[in-house]
Design a protein around this ligand. Structure first.
Ligand code: SAM
Length: 243
């Protein structure tokens, strides 16, 4: 299975994704977009988790997302946002048409040099690109147990690192934002089911893995019998300016 086939797996998990994946902390979103920005492209927008935070800041947001199912969730949640079928390598936007581009949880799915060239094309000079990843804090024991269970045998490790952008951009500046999400242990199954690794599994193999997740939620001392727990995340972000 190629990484690009796996990137396409989100089409099958859109509802699980919308229900269980994290939003983005407001301070990370404020850091991502320049004060003076007005037009923002949320690239690989998925179900609109980052898009919603950008809209809440009063920005004029266009969302580009290749998966029809993910885009349908976005449009249901954010009917006023222009949501276009497109990719990071071919957004379909006009030259120099946006002040900022955000990429949440998706840079690792792109062809990085083609995506950097396309983003440089659609950004106005002085505009900003920010890439972000929400990463679960595995030092919390139940979170570590969850990750070990869900990603057992996964050939593609969770991937987040400084993006390589080339000469059209300034060198990326890094920041990290620790935060917690209120999370229902009952939703652990949906969180697991939204991972591309599980989306690519045969149905019986996936169901066996999800049954293990249910057992973890029912038996781990930090989860069993709780309605809501704190799920710790760190948002890692890099931002760079279009020269
Ligand atoms: C993990 S989701 C992130 C969605 C959203 N940005 C968020 O933070 O919740 C990754 C998204 O990247 C999209 N994707 C995969 N390959 C892509 C590409 N080459 N160009 C644009 N989007 C892509 C998938 O369809 C999926 O919706």
């Amino acid at each position: 299975m190629s990484p690009s086939e796996r990137a396409g797996s989100f089409d099958r998990g859109a509802a699980h994704y919308a229900a269980s994946r994290p939003d983005y902390p407001a301070e990370a979103v404020a850091w991502a977009v320049p004060q003076v920005a007005r037009d923002v492209l949320d690239l690989a927008a998925g179900t609109g988790k980052l898009t919603a935070s950008l809209v809440a800041r009063g920005l004029d947001v266009v969302a580009v997302e290749p998966s029809d199912a993910m885009r349908a969730q976005l449009s249901a949640a954010l009917p006023r946002v222009r949501a276009l079928a497109g990719t990071a390598e071919a957004t379909g936007l006009a030259d120099s048409s946006v002040d900022a581009v955000t990429v949440g949880q998706a840079w690792h799915w792109f062809d990085p040099s083609a995506a950097a060239a396309e983003i440089a094309r659609v950004l106005r000079p002085g505009g900003r690109l920010t890439v972000l990843w929400n990463v679960r804090d595995e030092t919390e024991p139940w979170v570590g147990a969850f990750t070990e269970l869900v990603h057992r045998g996964d050939p593609l490790p969770t991937h987040f690192e400084e993006p390589v952008l080339g000469p059209a951009f300034t060198s990326p500046e890094a920041a990290r934002f620790p935060w917690t999400q209120s999370f229902r242990p009952a939703d652990l199954r949906a969180l697991a089911a939204s991972r591309s690794f599980l989306l690519m599994m045969a149905p019986d193999e996936r169901e066996a893995r999800l049954a293990e997740v249910d057992r973890l939620a029912a038996t781990h001392p930090d989860l069993a019998g709780r309605d809501v727990v704190d799920l710790p995340y760190v948002t890692y972000a890099w931002r760079a300016t279009r020269r």
